[in-house]
Design a protein around this ligand. Structure first.
Ligand code: PGA
Length: 235
């Protein structure tokens, strides 16, 4: 595991974007695993800048996102599909037909999970997976649990996650209670994993994830078992 301390959020965003850009430069047909949340916004801004300046071409890139709320239409401005369009896809030369987010409207979320995993497999997996980390150690929406769930699956969101995400909604009650998330197979099969964390409130969980025991009680700790992980943090 490579652990990099950035001086501040801008430097974290620049470093993270450079790592993603190198993957794209190496293989313009790469499959990128992407994440939502406030932490990657600066990284996406950097990627947009590089694309606008002609240094980075997304025309042949495919993307798969980690997760989506259950029951939110893609046109809902709180859906993760909307977030990705708004914070990245609308501003770069990517073919939106090659950008994928789990379908949170599927009537059978288990079947949707199986379909999503088979689809990722059919792409040959992801070349890089970008991750944020929750205060409870979640990656995607894999919340602390008794086991690591392998498949893309439906989850009930933790009280801590609902509270943390309430800032994006009118109030806490408006936060969906369920979501669909990539499981550990789809995350861990990626050739390269990039985890970014910003803010003093993430210090403790980042330390526990990278130096503590590997346990489903701290979902991000599983990353210690992957052979190519970079963690960039600032706090
Ligand atoms: P944040 O969320 O980037 O908004 O802190 C991270 C996460 O919950 O995965």
């Amino acid at each position: 595991m490579k652990v990099i301390k950035a001086a501040n959020y801008d430097e974290l965003s620049r470093k993270a974007a450079q790592i993603i850009a190198s993957v794209v430069w190496n293989n313009p047909r790469s499959v990128l695993g992407l994440a939502t949340g406030s932490t990657p916004i600066g990284t996406y801004k950097e990627l947009i800048r590089m694309n606008k300046e002609g240094d980075l071409d997304f025309s042949q890139i495919t993307t798969v996102n980690l997760d989506e709320y259950a029951g939110l239409d893609p046109s809902n401005d709180q859906s993760y599909r909307y977030f990705m369009n708004d914070n990245l896809f609308n501003h770069i030369n990517i073919d939106k037909n090659k950008t994928f987010v789990p379908n949170g409207l599927a009537s059978d979320l288990s079947a949707e999970g199986a379909r999503y995993d088979a689809f990722i497999d059919s792409l040959g997996g992801t070349d890089i997976q970008l991750l944020g980390i929750g205060h409870d150690g979640h990656i995607g929406f894999n919340e602390p649990d008794e086991v690591f769930y392998k498949a893309t699956h439906e989850v009930k969101l933790d009280a801590m996650t609902i509270k943390a995400n309430a800032r994006f909604f009118e109030n806490e009650d408006a936060v969906p209670r369920r979501a669909i998330t990539m499981g550990m197979w789809a995350i861990m099969q990626s050739k390269k994993i990039l985890l970014i964390a910003s803010g003093d409130d993430k210090r403790d969980i980042v330390e526990r994830s990278i130096n503590g025991p590997v346990t489903p009680k701290v979902p991000a700790s599983i990353l210690q078992c992957h052979r190519d992980v970079t963690v960039i943090y600032t706090y």
